[in-house]
Design a protein around this ligand. Sequence first.
Ligand code: NDP
Length: 483
Amino acid sequence: MTDTKLNLIAGTWIAGDSAIENRNPSDLTEVIGLFTQASSDQLTETLERARVAQAEWAAYGMERKQAVLMAIGNELMARAEELGTLLSREEGKPLAEGRGEVFRAGQFFTYYAAECLRQLGENADSVRPGVEIDVRREPVGTVAIISPWNFPTATASWKIAPALCYGNAVVWKPANLTPASAVALAEIIDRQDIPKGLFSLVMGSGGTIGQQLVESPMVDAISFTGSVPVGKGIASAAIQNLTRVQMEMGSKNALAVMDDADLDLAVSLALGGAFGGSGQKCTASSRLVVHAGIHDAFVEKLVAGAQAMKVGHALEDGVQMGPVVNQQQLDENLAYADLGREEGAELACGGARLNMPHEGFYMSPGVFLNTTNDMRINREEMFAPLTSVIKVDSYDEALSVVNDTNFGLTSGIVTQNLARATDFRRNARTGVVTVNLPTAGTDYHVPFGGRGDSSYGPREQGRTAAEFYTVVKTAYISAGTPV
Ligand code: NDP
């Protein structure tokens, strides 16, 4: 019998009310483990302890904090193969992607380790003679972190690392679909020189323990990544306590391919952007807006490329696309494949259930042709290995289609024309814009986030993260003697 993995509550690993089983989406016969579910009382206990631990941590000193974050980052990077394998087993992304994600998670910690030492404030003269002003940033307090399953280690790390860097306590509720990666990261953090209860892991369902967490007046800030409906619910709960929120949600990213694009580059960017992570990326290229002048040649190579992709077990050599994460996601994806056809699109390839030697949630990468931007398949986030080609007659039309969405996380253009690239960079209404690069894949030292329904609140990552994880204090200082 597998041991049940525990939660980290007020600095102690303990069992909760019940447990859930986690299975490998590449091979449903493989049980990855059993994972405890936090009780309501345990959440209260860990939030109470977090407040005390945060004050201890804030007094640690910058070099001691820096050493903690550096050690976490170094261990993640050193164990990228092992922890990436675990991640790929429970989430289903190919091993190269799982390994890369864990390594990137390590880089978030080493980046914020360096930020621990960059304690820059502002100093100014007052309008009153003899008075000086000191503007500094202080920790917010206790931060609730709620993360999704599609990047279980990286997303959590780009929140936990700055939260700790800027002196906060963390209560982390990971997605219940990827608890093994969460426990592995929590074990690394717990082994460091940190106050007892500074960092907590509360596995449990979103609707129960997640909801209690976001409604708690003991939480000072909530950083959430997930779907739009859940994000809106969290914002409503947070406003009752005037808790600050930062939310990264879905998107419907477009890659515009111009008639002057390098054809092979455009096809490779589209394939990687649409089908990497089985399309389960908030930055996925799910709309391919293609100029009529290159459309037919592009489509021919795109469909051939999608058909040639090797789909299989996430840990198998040479696999380019693993399964999707669970039965519900698979059912929704297949329903979208049907919906696209009903709306009049041509499903040129894929979009179908695949039978493999291992029973898992496999489907073939699908390409819709002859689509229009008003179809539901082009307006709703599918989170599926499905992409749509939208044919346009000009650059101006392409830009207008790219911007015609409720979302606004990323967009990209493939072109060799500097004027078009510059115009796109300035006028695409997304938080991230790329030129001759994929819509997915960003750096860790610069801001990340979107517009419209994709994001709410201050940006994540880079030095910008300080805006969310700190509060600003303005001090006025006088020498106390008349001047
Ligand atoms: P969900 O919104 O379903 O869940 C996200 C997290 O919220 C999970 O930990 C979930 O817990 C939790 N949760 C669910 N209900 C509540 C609640 N009422 N109160 C508090 N927490 C709750 O999203 P998915 O996990 O399905 O992730 C996929 C979505 O995330 C996609 O829409 C995708 O676009 C988006 N995403 C956005 C990114 C970005 O940066 N913009 C990056 C990655 C993903 P549990 O699952 O255990 O129920």
